[in-house]
Design a protein around this ligand. Structure first.
Ligand SMILES: [Fe+2]
Ligand SMILES: [Fe+2]
Length: 191
């Protein structure tokens, strides 16, 4: 993926962050951009049947797509959603994929030991939770919000047999799951 495309997807995520009202959540979402690996990682490795965006910058593109769909769902208001929760979860949902694949050649990735032992859903939650714990004392984030975002991250694959430790039980978690499915499976779907 070229620099221009990366800029385009980065702008989509940055514009979504502007829609978040809670400044502490804004700070947490900005943190994602601090890891340069986020811009290089694939969203999924190419040999998998459901591989998607399996190239350099794929994770950035997939995250931008999920975020963009979630923002539209929030704006649509047919189903009222907590935009702060849904957008934050969408931005963080696959961050753990940074640790799931290693680049062995241009656009060629192998799964890591982390992929086998931990997998990205748990790691995304772990990274989000430790980011919450690293906030300053005056940057309070209520437990209910942290819990809702954590649930949407852990539930984004939708079913336990698809790798989610929990299944979506809130509107926001279901919105992130639906957006994830659309972005990940668009290559396999017929119009
Ligand atoms: Fe995922
Ligand atoms: Fe995803």
């Amino acid at each position: 993926m070229d620099f221009k495309e990366k800029q385009k997807y980065t702008a989509i995520i940055r514009n979504a962050i502007k829609k978040i009202k809670n400044p502490v959540l804004v700070k947490l979402c900005e943190k994602v951009f601090k890891d340069p690996r986020f811009f290089e990682a694939p969203a999924s490795k190419s040999s998998s049947r459901h591989a998607h965006q399996s190239y350099d910058g794929g994770l950035l593109q997939h995250t931008a797509e999920v975020v963009s769909i979630v923002v539209k769902l929030c704006e649509n208001k047919t189903v009222p959603l907590d935009a702060d929760v849904a957008i934050t979860a969408a931005i963080w949902h696959d961050v753990g994929k940074i640790f799931d694949y290693e680049c062995v050649d241009t656009n060629t990735y192998n799964p890591t030991k982390h992929y086998g032992y931990v997998r990205h859903l748990s790691r995304s939650y772990g990274e989000f939770f430790s980011a919450c714990k690293s906030l300053n004392r005056d940057e309070n984030l209520d437990d209910a919000t942290v819990l809702k975002i954590s649930h949407a991250i852990l539930g984004h694959h939708g079913r336990q047999e698809w790798g989610s430790p929990v299944e979506p039980d809130t509107k926001e978690a279901y919105a992130v799951h639906a957006a994830d499915m659309l972005s990940a499976h668009k290559f396999n779907l017929h119009s």
